[in-house]
Design a protein around this ligand. Structure first.
Ligand code: NAP
Length: 587
């Protein structure tokens, strides 16, 4: 078996002699790479990140017979589910749908314990995938890619890692995740705090015992809303520092029902097809054909009530125009605000928890377990840091304009530099010395969320400009990974070595992404979709809101038309065809 454990600074000559011998047996399926440099290891493809995107990409590239190296900064697979171990962390897409569909055996054998899987269960699933497809042997863990430079002379990418290693690759595939660059707010005095601080997205593996402590949680997005009820059960006292109230729908979580599981497993292929062909987000919800503001008020109330009781993201599909028409949206928002008032006993607290600054659903809808109920506990205080902002952190707690809060621990549920943060955290330089940071200075620009002009052979899995975070992300990962793998296979069969978007096609796609977003209510919210949570980040609506069906059709059409809008070339200058350098097939 050829096991390409990454060997720092391996001599290319040694590598070639070993692998050329293997390539014949493996059927000459690897792409040809040659290089003048003897200093760096060379592979056909580098995959950055070992979350679900990286794992599946690695698997598909191996199936193509390519040599692949994966890099992952964490000590194991799982990506966002590796890092987000905060109490209460749980998926907001139902387990039966938040899973890979590419392997029938995999989807039949895996058993989910709950309707909405918890973080430990999803992480266990990611580990199972890694083991089942023997993926770990090609991933270097605890190692970040720090830089990627495109060398026009060889048409290869030169990759640097934070471990001081360098390698060359034809294809560089960024599976770095949309929500992986955590964000700490710039609050004065943080370094003075004598207690412990945590970020939900970088939670300690050994867990945290809050028993009897005075805990502060800053932030009430999905992460805050999930961890607050659990921390409240442990803490002596919990202070929640809320700047903006968010809409949250109860999950209605519970143990997996055997019949429900069976109904999915018996019909997986038809249901997965339905998700691909007849949904907006890749998740099957109960769709409505009615407009919210046209419905009879009593029926509307009953419909919202029914969906609230059932729980989960289905609520936002009660009517088909909730994200398009402010009048309809208002009816759903009013319903949720009324529910908050009915759950939370203190009217002033209920008022503070009731969002008024954005249409419901234009920030990611939160899915919770006992969130609003938590504010009826005696040991929980809600602090409005919109009217009395946080001024500084002190040695013993947190100072707002109005009061000082004594704290033993502080939890930052303050979110991410979403969609672009992880990519721009890598020093990426494309053609002509252009950096990705410069190319994206006015906001991310991609063709189909898959590639950026000026950066040949650099792919982004669920990149900005694709449905990504507006879809069930494993669903979108599968579509991207399969599209990229098919693209590489097509290039190989037609003798092309590089692919890159044409600037005009990219401009048209960026304009389309914006135009579609402007037809919705989404741009009305100061959301991380818009980059609004990061001071100085360009305000651009980043994901593609047009829906997964038209998006997939567009991607498929582009491929069927010979990768329309992309420029393909046979070889970069200086690229020689001296035979297969590497081969990953088992022999
Ligand atoms: P988020 O939605 O960006 O929320 C961050 C929170 O921190 C906001 O309430 C924000 O207030 C607050 N904040 C930031 N800086 C602050 C400051 N200086 N002072 C006071 N408050 C401050 O981040 P998140 O909750 O981590 O969620 C991010 C995304 O991850 C979600 O939208 C979702 O897509 C995903 N996620 C999913 C799940 C799930 O599947 N169930 C769970 C967790 C996260 P403002 O709104 O006022 O800025």
């Amino acid at each position: 078996m050829t096991s390409l454990i990454f060997r720092p600074a391996d001599s290319l000559i040694f590598f070639m002699s070993q692998l050329q011998a293997k390539s014949t047996a493996a059927g000459n399926r690897a792409l040809n790479i040659s290089t003048n440099s003897a200093a760096a290891t060379a592979v056909d493809a580098v995959v950055v990140g070992a979350g679900f995107g990286g794992l599946y990409m690695l698997h598909r590239l191996r199936q193509l017979g390519l040599s692949v190296r994966g890099f992952e900064r964490g000590a194991d697979v799982g990506g966002t589910w590796y890092w987000n171990r905060y109490p209460g962390a749980r998926c907001d897409v139902e387990s039966m749908q938040y899973s890979f569909s590419f392997s029938e055996d995999l989807q039949q054998e895996w058993r989910w314990g709950e309707r909405f899987a918890s973080q430990p269960e999803i992480l266990a699933y990611a580990k199972h995938v890694a083991e089942r497809f023997d993926l770990r042997r090609d991933i270097q863990f605890g190692c970040s890619v720090s830089a990627a430079r495109y060398d026009e002379a060889t048409a290869l990418w030169e990759i640097d890692t934070d471990q001081g290693e360098r390698l060359q690759t034809r294809f560089c595939i960024m599976a770095t995740g949309c929500l992986s660059a955590t964000r700490m707010p710039d609050i004065a005095g943080l370094e003075l705090f004598g207690g412990k601080t945590y970020h939900t997205g970088l939670w300690p593996h050994e867990g945290v015992d809050f028993a009897g402590l005075r805990v502060g949680v800053i932030g009430t997005g999905s992460s805050g809303i999930q961890c607050i009820p659990v921390i409240a059960q442990q803490a002596g006292h919990l202070s929640v520092f809320q700047r903006t109230a968010n809409f949250s729908i109860p999950a209605g979580n519970g143990p997996m029902d055997d019949d429900y599981e069976r109904s999915w497993k018996d019909n997986y292929s038809a249901l997965r097809r339905k998700a691909r062909e007849d949904t907006s987000s890749g998740t099957i919800y109960e769709k409505s054909t009615l407009k919210g503001h046209e419905a009879n008020p009593d029926e509307r109330q009953r419909e919202y009530e029914r969906r609230w009781q059932r729980g989960g993201g289905n609520f936002m599909h009660a009517f088909n125009d909730l994200l398009l028409d402010q009048r309809s949206n208002d009816t759903a928002a009013d319903f949720v605000r009324a529910r908050i008032r009915s759950i939370v006993r203190n009217p002033a607290v209920a008022d503070m928890l009731s969002p008024t600054d954005h249409p419901i659903g234009t920030k990611r809808i939160c899915i919770d377990t006992d969130y609003y109920e938590t504010y009826n506990r005696d040991n929980v205080t809600l602090v409005d840091v919109r009217t009395a902002p946080i001024e500084r952190i002190t040695a013993t707690g947190l100072q707002t304009r109005d009061a000082h809060y004594e704290l033993d621990s502080m939890v930052f549920a303050t979110g991410y530099d979403a969609m672009t943060g992880a990519l721009l955290g890598i020093d990426i330089t494309g053609r002509g010395g252009e950096t990705l940071a410069h190319a994206w200075q006015a906001g991310p620009k991609t063709y189909l969320g898959l590639m950026t002009a000026g950066f040949p052979n650099l792919f982004t899995v669920t990149g900005p400009g694709s449905p990504s975070v507006l879809s069930s992300v494993i669903f979108s990962i599968e579509q991207h990974v399969e599209w990229i793998a098919d693209c590489l296979e097509s290039m190989r069969s037609r003798g092309f070595n590089t692919i890159e978007p044409e600037a005009a096609a990219q401009e048209q796609w960026v304009a389309h992404v914006n135009e579609v977003a402007d037809r919705t209510l989404f741009p009305l919210a100061n959301s991380w979709y818009m980059g609004a949570n990061i001071p100085g980040k360009p305000r651009v609506f980043m994901p593609y809101v047009g829906g997964v069906v038209p998006y997939r059709q567009k991607c498929d059409e582009v491929a069927a038309n010979g990768y329309e809008g992309f420029r393909l070339s046979q070889a970069g200058p200086g690229l020689q065809h001296t035979g297969n350098l590497t081969n990953q097939q088992e022999t």
